[in-house]
Design a protein around this ligand. Structure first.
Ligand code: ATP
Ligand code: MG
Ligand code: MG
Length: 375
């Protein structure tokens, strides 16, 4: 097919559409934002809701194959699309990744470690979960959470009950707080023939629940980095993935790994690949979905990626674009609300010379004045 349908109109859709164009495909977006990040760079759009049968039918009629940048389409919407056109990754995989209960059940069933967790549907199951897991812990909505929204850290049963009452939608999951040494992720692409390509294991630092910095490669032992690669590939195989999958992991102090969550789409922690690899995560996603061969996910440089969040970071934009060595990526969003991802910046380093934690401020130039402290 020559037109790739992308469900969702945000920055991931924008970067997917740009990667599709470079490979000679037209991108057609299903979005509710006529002038959003993806619509601005796409050959065509269908304007409508993600669960609106008429919009889904019109979208399907305009495309040859369907993929996603937005995961939260209903099961009905997904099966409607899948009846009309090939959908990659499969509706089954989307269903698992959009629901933490299903996700953790799937992972544990495949023998993959997660934080200890329990489903919470009411006050009694909350009490049982606290008894089983202990406090402090994190209470999360099973569905629809992102960028740390829809979750609360709780230290006492009273705090847990208050959080239970205000977090929506139910059900929730209670997760044991992992005292991790660092957070890493691996992005793996898999073709219909089972061929896989995975980018190097990277390290992620969050600020206020939102990804702030990604370091490529992760500053962890070779064993831990290789373990993360093997884990991500195991998840992709267990899901019978066709497309791209990001696997977020915690590295414990003893080097052991637990999976935090998975996302069957390009991921914020893979944006460094746009400048540090011959084929980016977006190119690999498009290739897997379109049935093209997958090149190796090779890294020619080390990299640091810094997210640009909200009006404070965007106030630095004129200096960022003027700075030597910073590679800016703008998402085309009109309004810089607090906590909103507006763009990102990559900085490349020769392989093996990624700066340590104290060199990062200098490496980021004008971004040095944006605090890079973790929460
Ligand atoms: P995303 O934007 O990545 O989809 P999200 O809203 O789905 O985020 P999580 O990835 O579950 O949220 O959690 C956000 C961050 O909170 C994690 O990257 C990690 O820093 C911290 N966190 C989440 N769960 C735990 C846990 N069980 N133990 C320790 N820290 C955690
Ligand atoms: Mg998430
Ligand atoms: Mg996450």
């Amino acid at each position: 097919g020559s037109t790739i349908g992308i469900v969702g109109g945000g920055q991931l859709g924008r970067m997917l559409a740009m990667a599709a164009a470079r490979l000679g495909y037209r991108a057609h977006i299903l979005t509710q934002e006529a002038d959003g990040p993806a619509a601005q760079v796409s050959a065509g759009i269908t304007l409508g809701g993600y669960d609106d049968p008429a919009a889904l039918r019109a979208f399907a009629a305009a495309v040859d194959v369907v993929t996603f940048e937005f995961e939260n389409v209903s099961a009905e919407g997904l099966s409607l699309l899948a009846d009309l056109k090939p959908v990659h990754p499969s509706p089954k995989i989307l269903g698992i990744s959009q629901d933490r209960v299903q996700e953790k059940t799937f992972l544990n069933g495949a023998g993959i470690a997660t934080a200890p967790w329990a489903e919470v549907t009411d006050a009694a199951s909350l009490e049982a979960a606290i008894a089983a897991i202990g406090l402090p812990a994190i209470l999360k909505t099973s569905r629809l959470g992102y960028d740390g929204r829809g979750q609360a850290r709780v230290s006492t049963p009273e705090e847990a009950l208050a959080a239970f009452h205000h977090l929506e939608p139910k059900p929730l999951v209670l997760e044991g707080l992992v005292n991790f040494a660092c957070e890493v992720s691996v992005i793996v692409a898999r073709g219909a023939d089972g061929q896989m390509a995975s980018f190097d294991t990277v390290e992620n630092q969050h600020k206020n629940g939102i990804l702030d910095l990604t370091f490529a490669p992760a500053r962890i032992t070779e064993d831990a980095a290789a373990g993360a690669q093997a884990l991500a590939r195991r998840v992709a195989e267990a899901l019978d993935l066709v497309g791209l999958l990001a696997v977020e992991m915690f590295v414990d102090r003893d080097g052991s790994l637990r999976v935090n969550e998975i996302a069957p789409r390009p991921h914020n922690s893979g944006h460094w690949t746009m400048d540090a690899c011959p084929a980016s995560q977006f190119a690999l996603h498009i290739r897997a979905v379109a049935g093209l061969p997958l090149p190796e996910a090779r890294r020619h440089s080390d990299a640091v990626m810094k997210n640009l969040i909200g009006p404070d970071d965007m106030a630095l934009w004129p200096r960022i674009v003027a700075a030597d060595g910073l590679i800016p990526h703008h998402y085309g969003k009109a309004e810089a609300r607090a906590g909103r991802k507006m763009g990102h910046v990559n900085r490349l380093f020769p392989k093996g010379s990624l700066p340590g934690p104290f060199g990062i401020d200098a490496a980021l130039g004008p971004l040095a004045e944006v605090s890079t402290q973790q929460d």
